[in-house]
Design a protein around this ligand. Structure first.
Ligand SMILES: NC(=O)c1ccc[n+]([C@@H]2O[C@H](COP(=O)([O-])OP(=O)(O)OC[C@H]3O[C@@H](n4cnc5c(N)ncnc54)[C@H](OP(=O)(O)O)[C@@H]3O)[C@@H](O)[C@H]2O)c1
Length: 207
């Protein structure tokens, strides 16, 4: 599901073109790591946003992104000015909140913002909306929500393409497997919100 979310969200909603700049948050995670790799395959310049030095290193060294921004220790707005001097053509958002607001300020004209998720807001009783939404107006940009299930009749296409890229060695998939069975589900789920997973978080329930 993560790979298909990345595939359809980026290709159908993000519509990146070769040479364009693509930014993705949650970049070391299941969806984000695939988004960035597909964008590289399509000839884009790719910047990932992730929490902590180790994840930023993973994003560049393992997944082949051009640059990574550590949102926990860097000023995202400043770093985007440096890494995306001509602006951001596609922003694939997995986290919402302050990171979304920082990227909105850096949009290029005609940019596409893919609203895939907003993990920073899921546990909030008062979710924070984007304050910098007027950047969509100024830049003639769009912000579109996507849900992977809407693409059910095209899953075969996505699976075939992702499998081909993987077989060719152009797409890496990283799984973070936790043991413990069903009893460990609540604690394992919380790892997503603490940023403790690298790649797709999987709970092993049996051999
Ligand atoms: N629209 C759809 O159809 C669809 C389908 C599947 C998933 N999704 C969404 O896609 C997003 C990614 O899902 P995933 O399964 O690939 O998860 P993931 O990225 O593998 O794991 C979640 C990551 O979110 C980051 N995070 C947690 N709290 C955060 C915060 N307060 N601010 C910023 N980042 C935070 C953490 O990374 P850091 O350590 O880097 O902070 C964590 O590792 C989620 O929002 C999910 O709901 C949407």
């Amino acid at each position: 599901m993560s790979g298909l979310t990345a595939y359809f969200g980026l290709i159908d909603i993000g519509r990146p073109e070769p040479g364009q700049t693509v930014v993705v948050s949650g970049a070391a995670g299941a969806v984000g790591s695939v988004v960035g790799q597909i964008a590289k395959i399509l000839g884009c310049r790719v910047i990932g946003i992730a929490g902590g030095e180790a994840k930023c290193r993973l994003v560049v060294d393992e997944f082949g992104f051009d640059a990574a921004i550590d949102y926990q220790n860097e000023d995202v707005r400043k770093a985007l000015r440096e890494h995306a001097p001509a602006g951001v053509d596609v922003y694939f958002d997995n986290v919402g909140g302050d990171v979304l607001d920082a990227v909105l300020l850096r949009l290029a004209r005609g940019a596409r913002v893919v609203v895939c998720g907003a993990i920073s807001q899921y546990n909030s009783t008062k979710p924070q909306g984007p304050a910098n939404y007027l950047s969509l107006l100024v830049n003639r940009a769009s912000m579109t929500g996507m849900v992977v299930f809407d693409y059910a009749d095209r899953y075969a296409e996505g699976v075939a393409q992702l499998a081909t890229w993987r077989a060719e060695g152009r797409l890496k998939s990283l799984e973070d497997v936790v043991s413990g069975g069903v009893a460990a589900f609540p604690e394992t789920l919380m790892r997503l919100f603490r940023g403790e997973n690298h790649g797709k978080l999987v709970l092993k329930i049996a051999d």
